[in-house]
Ligand binder design. Structure first.
Ligand code: OFO
Length: 171
């Protein structure tokens, strides 16, 4: 049986992961409307990964006989005044998600909820990658996107991103 506070936080995390997917779809739409299809592809793939993250928590709760409560997902409200702005917004959001995952880990640890450790350890590692990826986007933009040619090249590179399912599989 899972710890009740852990279950509550995981339910909230499902909502946060789905909000992440919304946010990244919103960013993808912004780039697509501005003909930066590569940036749009990158963020669309990211949105798919966020849905996977939500499903991992959802399936984990279901597999353990816990109730899943789906709440309303907030509309994304991050403004995009220029092509660079969505990138630090994504990085800041990932740091927020990391803190949220770490909070669940802390509560699981305090309450000796050993069964939750496996999935939470996966997410702790995943967040290291999520933060690194978004931080790299900012650095690449600042290095290469200073002129139209550089922006074009970076857009082509980002457009090569393909979706792959999460390495964590829950039976
Ligand atoms: Fe689910 O990792 Fe990003 O938000």
């Amino acid at each position: 049986m899972l710890n009740k506070e852990v279950v509550k936080l995981m339910n909230e995390q499902i909502n946060k992961e789905l909000y992440s997917a919304y946010l990244y779809l919103d960013i993808a739409n912004y780039y697509a409307l501005n003909n930066l299809d590569g940036f749009a592809t990158w963020f669309t793939v990211q949105a798919q990964e966020e849905r996977d993250h939500a499903m991992l928590f959802l399936n984990f709760l279901i597999n353990n006989g816990e109730k899943v409560t789906l709440e309303a997902i907030a509309a994304p409200d991050v403004p995009f005044p220029d092509f660079r702005a969505p990138l630090p917004a994504a990085y800041e959001h990932e740091k927020f998600i990391t803190a949220s995952i770490e909070k669940i880990y802390e509560v699981a640890l305090e309450n000796k909820d050993y069964r939750s450790f496996n999935i939470l350890n996966w997410f702790i590692n995943e967040q290291e990658e999520e933060e690194r990826n978004t931080d790299e986007l900012i650095q690449k933009f600042d290095l290469f996107a200073g002129d139209g040619k550089g922006l074009y090249m970076l857009n082509s590179e980002l457009g090569a991103r393909v979706y792959s399912p999460p390495s964590l599989v829950l039976d």
